[in-house]
Design a protein around this ligand. Structure first.
Ligand code: RFL
Ligand code: PHB
Length: 390
């Protein structure tokens, strides 16, 4: 096979780029390790910033998102038994976020690719990039006993944190920065009315909790748990009791519980790999950087990578101009690091850290006091939460 752009990974990053390029007549092939159903079964992000939504519309995938997604003007931070609101819209001069699940967004992208006859190959094994630093890079994968080769101009590594792209860069050509947090998030999806129309992030002595939603009949809740816990340790009843204990009493009293329809534990990690280009391979999304989910930045950081990469590819193929490709890594990383800072800060503000000293805990409490006595501090939080400009 021969194509212009070979994309590894059929998550939101790879699918969105594939769709955008195809709409501009740039040929691409996308290789995904798993089946479509498997990818759609992973429950992940729920909060989208406007830049992401705009890119979905540009990809002609915004219709359902705009009818079914909910615009949120603000959210709450619960602490010390009370609930304080962050007025996103008021503090940012009119910006808001969109609550629309990653599962739905990924489904919309798959449907759009199918409508356009996009070349997406599922269940591929042993994907491998080759001759990345040459002018003739290629991909191989295995289909049964057969090894298939795809020649391309460029390779896009959009294969998530555990993918093969980043790992195929020689160690001396990439630098990795990492912080692993001493806890994870246990997430539960339930077909119940959400306890609050707006998200509630809760700081509590027993650990962090989050009340989120996918729609007015589908709730998503999270609690901070030790890394040693497994979902077997958390039958539904124990989960609901613990969640309620971490919420202000008026919120807990209104919480409607029900059977979980999905339950998983995700470890929390901050991670950045630099640069995001090696030869003719470009990394995008979780393949290059991970944030703890606290600031809802993960998918949104992937969106800015795709935006820069898409425009750089357009300049290359339509205008013969390679400056966008040359600048990609630096430009993407400048925004990625700001998303990292915000996610790290909000994680530090809201979680219980088992090894914190009394001094650290005092700083954390002071950070919270400062936030809700300073409109400027709230404006800074809001500016980052709705997403910094691309
Ligand atoms: P993905 O989604 O991991 O997709 C990568 C795809 O590549 C495939 N793959 C391979 N394919 C071929 N060959 C190989 N060798 C391959 N290895 C892997 C995988 O099967 C997969 O389909 O990365 P992508 O596209 O960059 O998207 C990133 C987002 O998924 C991620 O950043 C967000 O989900 C993070 N995140 C959130 N982000 C937000 O912006 N807002 C949120 O509210 C939010 N909440 C969350 C989150 C992530 C969470 N978890 C579970 C980590 C909540 C949670 C709990
Ligand atoms: C979610 O709904 O899954 C969600 C919302 C906000 C976050 C993280 C996850 O910060």
């Amino acid at each position: 096979m021969k194509t212009q752009v070979g994309i590894i990974g059929g998550g939101p990053s790879g699918l969105l780029l594939s769709q955008l390029l195809d709409l501009k007549g740039i040929d691409n092939v996308l290789l995904e390790k798993h089946s479509r159903d498997y990818v759609l079964g992973r429950i992940r992000a729920g909060v989208l910033e406007h830049g992401f939504a705009a890119l979905m519309r540009e990809a002609e995938c915004g219709e359902r998102m705009d009818t079914e997604g909910e615009i949120h003007d603000g959210f709450f931070i619960a602490h010390d038994g009370i609930k304080d609101r962050i007025d996103l819209k008021g503090l940012t001069g009119g910006n808001t976020v969109l609550v629309y699940g990653q599962t739905e967004l990924t489904r919309d992208l798959y449907d759009a690719r199918a409508r356009m006859g996009g070349n997406i190959i599922h269940n591929v094994a042993d994907v491998q990039p080759h001759d990345i630093t040459s002018n003739a890079p290629f991909l191989t994968y295995r289909d049964g006993n057969e090894v298939i080769r795809i020649d391309c101009d460029y390779i896009i590594g959009a294969d998530g944190f555990h993918g093969v792209s980043r790992k195929s860069i020689p160690k001396d050509s990439i630098r990795e920065y990492e912080r692993v947090y001493p806890f994870g998030w246990l997430g539960v999806l339930s077909r119940t009315k959400p306890v609050s129309p707006e998200l509630i992030y809760a700081k509590h002595a027993r650990g962090f909790a989050l009340c989120s939603l996918r729609s007015q009949v589908l709730s998503r809740y999270y609690i901070q748990v030790p890394l040693t816990d497994t979902i077997k340790d958390w039958p539904d009843d124990r989960f609901w009791v613990e969640l309620k204990r971490r919420l202000p009493s008026d919120v807990a009293a209104n919480l409607i519980t029900g059977p979980s329809i999905e339950k998983s534990i995700a470890p929390l990690r901050s991670f950045v790999a630099e640069p995001m280009r090696y030869g003719n391979m470009f990394l995008a999304g979780d393949a290059a950087h991970i944030v703890p989910p606290t600031g809802a930045r993960g998918l949104n950081s992937a969106a800015s990578d795709i935006y820069y990469l898409y425009h750089a590819m357009l300049d290359h193929y339509k205008n013969g101009d390679d400056t966008g490709l040359a600048a990609y890594s630096d430009k993407a990383l400048a925004r990625v690091w700001k998303g990292q800072r915000f996610s790290w800060w909000l994680t530090n503000l809201l979680h219980q850290f088992p090894d914190n000293s009394d001094f650290d805990n005092h700083m954390q409490q002071t950070d919270m006091d400062y936030l809700f006595t300073s409109e400027m501090a709230q404006a800074s939080l809001a500016e980052n939460y709705v997403g910094l400009p691309f």
